[in-house]
Design a protein. Structure first.
Length: 108
């Protein structure tokens, strides 16, 4: 019996992007933007990321683009993004700071 432990580099990239997406949403939204719209934007960006990661996999391997894999991988990526937001970015104040960065840059 043998075992292997491999990580697809594209899955790792998608995980990292999903973890950082809430901060990016904070950068492009303001404090007055409702949580509902931020969640919609986060879901949309997660979906686009999943579609692009599957496109990169298809280009790299020369296989057929699998829309099912791309759409299904958006769900765990969204969960990672939400968990990252509420587990790290919001409690440490990074989410709030990200929302004030562009406002401060425009004023100063």
């Amino acid at each position: 019996m043998s075992f292997a432990f491999t990580l697809d580099p594209l899955v790792v990239v998608q995980f990292v992007i999903s973890f950082v997406l809430p901060v990016l949403v904070g950068l492009v939204t303001t404090r007055v933007t409702s949580g509902r719209w931020k969640a919609v934007l986060l879901a949309a960006l997660t979906l686009v990321t999943s579609l692009l990661v599957e496109l990169a996999r298809t280009i790299g391997s020369g296989e057929v683009y699998d829309l099912g894999v791309a759409l299904f991988s958006a769900l765990p990526a969204f969960v990672v993004a939400v968990a990252g937001h509420f587990g790290l970015w919001k409690p440490t104040g990074v989410a709030e700071t990200a929302q004030t960065v562009l406002i401060t840059a425009e004023e100063g």
